[in-house]
Structures are given as structure tokens and as C-alpha cells.
Design a binder for this molecule. Structure first.
Ligand code: ASP
Length: 449
């Protein structure tokens, strides 16, 4: 059994929806289909989810929302007409939306979630109709009814463990299941959504629940590439990669998946295949727990701006028992999460996302470090970018760090920090944001040209 997820661009209009019907019905193992809300049809277009957020905010402001509502309705109406579906579909969608607005709750985030979730919910109903109209047995399934139970963190919900057992029953259905992504139900029966991009999470949960043979995630690229193809056009397509490589690359800027979205499928050991709705014959990228690293040691190189570091120096730091714990405790108590901690005998740097360190938090942390740890110096550096060289094969191969540092040195890029864990799946280089593109071009040339 395959669980198949189609992202927003794959269900943005009637033409794309016709493609997904062909893709699903070409393989009888594709039994559970997770769909997003209609996405952008071109670069100037709006995602339906964004239109819905605007609608919810207009309602909350107490302003006239009819225009915002019609913008949503017209996206579905266009699809209904182009797919030749019965007009009753539009009656259902419009009354659903008006009902959600009318049943507005006092809790603003909960209300926004109920409006946001309608994007995938109504799209799933319409897509189920489209399958049926073409003569394929299909059935819309409501996530709450099927047992997709979520925490009540509206807009940022997490799946509750009991969901998996309930959702496992979906594998006994005889029709093709059309399941809306992105939302579920709290135990009190309220609609709650995952973070943005959360239809990937729905697909991963269903794949784990029904113990699918594979979780196919259809997007609009042929595969994952070793580097951002907009910067390095000759970056090779990756046919295989491991979960760990995927996580490390997604963390450092690869946009194919939200890096935490696939966690349930990874935990259950379900292979994930990334494929293109517009070119389903392309092999895509298969993500599993291991891969043959003989062919390619480095799977990919990602980069991301938006980091900063706090570097602390203290003579004889290595002899001071508890220094590291007390330092990290300051970050914990100030509720700041950190990313990396490269260190020397008398120095340690904490690398953080800049978004974690407001000016006020920065002052507070510096004050505490100075007062509680008596360092020789504390220096904050803003405007850092991280480069991640990722590959399971690096564990066994010689010279990867040397090749990267030589390439960066030749390009005149100063490396601010290096971090490599014992697992050797990745090497992190911190450079100035201004040097990031230059660094990526140099690494691309060295590894993949
Ligand atoms: N439609 C939602 C969003 O735009 C969820 C998704 O497409 O995965 O974030």
C-alpha cells in the first residue's frame, strides 16, 4: 500500500487535479491520497490558505468580509467549472465556509484554524467528486472522524499517540481515500492545524499508521538536488538519500520538506519517495534509512543565512568543572534554543538562530554570562550563514574537510567556525552571510562540477 501526498501546486487547478487522478489510478497500490489546499497557479498567484488567513483576520477585525470570502469561493468555482463537476459542490463549499464564519468561537486562534483547515477540507471533497465523476471509487474521509487527534496548540498542533491505532483502520477501506492534509481534531472536537506546510505531516502520519510500503510525496520538482539548482545548475539529482541526510539538508535550507514533517514516517521506517506531479515517470528521490555510499560520499551541500554566535573565552576553561553546564543553563533558563557549540580548550561558541536572540535577550544573556561565569571575554557576532556538507559516506572517506576548506580558502572565504560531530554525517562551516553565495559556488565547483 502506498500513501500519496500532493502539495498545493499539484492541486492548484483542474489541469493539475486531472494529472493527480491519472497518477493515483495508474497504480492500484496508491490507496490513500492526502491533498493540500489549492496552491499558486503562477508566481503572482495566492495560495488558498493565505486567502483563508486573510478572510479569518477580516472577520476577526469585524470588517466586511464578503470580498475576502468571494476570493476563496472563486478559486473553487473555477476548478468546479473546469472539471465539469456538479454545481452542488459549490453550494456545499459556500455553505461550509459561511457556517464556519457563523460558528465563530471566542478563541481567535481556534477560529483562524477552523477557517484555514477548510482549504484542504473542501479541496479533498471536491477531488473525491472528481475521482467519482471519472468512474473511480473514491471517498472523502474527514480527519477528525478517522481519528487524527491533535494537541490543542492551534496553528502549531502535534499528533497525539492514540491517533495511529485509530487511523490504521483506513487500510481496510475498499475505495481510494481522499484525505485532507494539514489538520485534525482536538479531543474536545475542535479543528486544529499543524504548522504551515503541514500536509506533509498528515501524509507521514498516515503512512506510519497504515504501515505503508512507501510514502510518495508529489511536488513540482523531479527530485532533490545535491545543491540548490538555482545557484548551482549542474548539481546532480539525488536518486537515493538517507533520512539523516534529508534531515540535515532540510535543516540547513533545502526546501523540499519541512525538516520535522516526515518524522512519523522516519520513526516507522517507511521509505519516502519525492516525485514530480508534472513528470511522474521521473524516478524521483528515494529516502530510506541507509544507502550505498560507494557512488557518492557527499549527498548534498545546503546553506542558510540568519545565524549568530556568542563566543566566550576564559583561560583554563577546560579545567573548570561544570562551566559548559552553567553556560547552557543560562540559555535554558532564558528559553533560548541553540544550534551548535564548537569549542576549544579555553573557548566555546554558541551558535543560534538570530530569531532566537532579540536585542533584549542578548543583553540579558550577556549580563548573566559575565556575572555567573566570569569570562575573559564574550563576543557576539551577527550575520552568520551556515554551510552544511552532508553525506553518510564521509564517515569512511578521507579528505572531505580538506577538500571543502581548500575550496573555501581558494575562493577567499574566511571560515568563522567548523563543527563536525562523531557521527560524521555532516560538517558545518560558519561563514559571514555576505560570503554565503561565494562559498556555495566554490563548494559546488569543487564537489560537483
Ligand atoms: N495549505 C497549507 C499551507 O499552505 C498546508 C500545506 O499545503 O501543506 O501551509
Amino acid at each position: 500500500m502506498k500513501v500519496v501526498k500532493f502539495g498545493g501546486s499539484s492541486v492548484a487547478n483542474a489541469e493539475q487535479i486531472s494529472k493527480i487522478i491519472e497518477i493515483v489510478t495508474a497504480d492500484e497500490d496508491r490507496r490513500i491520497v492526502v491533498v493540500s489546499a489549492p496552491g499558486k497557479r503562477n508566481s503572482d498567484d495566492s495560495k488558498v490558505t493565505n486567502l483563508l488567513i486573510a478572510l479569518a483576520n477580516t472577520v476577526l477585525e469585524g470588517a466586511d468580509y464578503e470580498g475576502a470570502l468571494q476570493r476563496v469561493i472563486s478559486r473553487y468555482a473555477e476548478i468546479q467549472v473546469d472539471l465539469n463537476l456538479s454545481e452542488s459542490v459549490m453550494v456545499t463549499i459556500e455553505s461550509d465556509l459561511r457556517g464556519r464564519i457563523k460558528n465563530r468561537t471566542a478563541h481567535a486562534l481556534q477560529f483562524v484554524d477552523s477557517i484555514k483547515a477548510s482549504g484542504e477540507d473542501n479541496n479533498a471533497k471536491m477531488i473525491a467528486e472528481a475521482f467519482i465523476q471519472k468512474g473511480f471509487p473514491a471517498k472523502y474521509v474527514n480527519p477528525g472522524d478517522a481519528g487524527m487527534l491533535l494537541s490543542d496548540e492551534f496553528g502549531n498542533a502535534e499528533v497525539l499517540p492514540e491517533s495511529f491505532g485509530k487511523l490504521a483502520k483506513l487500510k481496510d477501506e475498499s475505495e481510494i481515500i481522499i484525505f485532507p492534509g494539514f489538520f485534525g481534531s482536538t479531543t474536545a472536537g475542535e479543528v486544529a492545524t499543524f504548522p504551515r506546510g503541514g500536509s506533509d505531516i498528515t501524509g507521514a502520519i498516515l503512512a506510519a499508521a497504515v504501515k505503508a510500503d512507501v510514502y510518495e510525496n508529489f511536488t513540482d520538482v523531479d527530485s532533490v538536488y545535491a545543491m540548490d539548482p538555482r545557484l548551482v545548475p549542474y548539481a546532480p539529482a539525488l536518486e537515493f538519500m538517507t533520512y539523516r541526510e534529508m534531515r540535515e539538508l532540510a535543516y540547513a535550507g533545502f526546501g523540499v520538506f519541512h525538516d520535522e514533517a516526515i518524522f512519523p514516517a522516519v520513526q516507522a521506517g517507511i521509505p519516502i519517495c519525492i516525485k514530480n506531479t508534472n513528470r511522474p515517470e521521473a524516478p524521483g528521490t528515494l529516502v530510506t534509512s541507509t544507502r550505498d555510499t560507494g557512488e557518492r560520499v557527499v549527498a548534498g551541500i545546503a546553506s542558510s543565512d540568519g545565524f549568530c554566535s556568542i563566543s566566550i573565552d576564559k583561560y583554563m576553561m577546560n579545567r573548570e568543572v561544570g562551566f559548559g553546564r552553567r553556560l547552557l543553563q543560562i540559555f535554558e533558563e532564558e528559553t533560548i534554543s541553540y544550534e551548535h557549540t564548537p569549542s576549544g580548550i579555553d573557548s566555546i561558541s554558541i551558535i543560534l538562530k538570530s530569531s532566537e536572540l532579540s536585542a533584549q535577550k542578548e543583553q540579558q544573556v550577556l549580563k548573566r554570562i559575565k556575572a555567573e561565569l566570569d569570562p575573559d571575554s564574550v563576543v557576539v557576532e551577527h550575520g552568520l550563514a551556515l554551510l552544511m556538507l552532508v553525506g553518510e559516506g564521509m564517515h569512511y572517506a578521507l579528505g572531505n574537510a580538506a577538500q571543502a576548506t581548500a575550496a573555501l580558502g581558494d575562493a577567499g572565504v574566511n571560515i568563522e567556525m567548523i563543527n563536525m560531530g562523531a557521527s560524521e554525517t555532516s560538517i558545518m562551516f560558519a561563514v559571514k552571510e555576505l560570503d554565503r553565495v561565494k562559498a556555495i559556488l566554490a563548494l559546488g565547483k569543487s564537489y560537483f562540477s
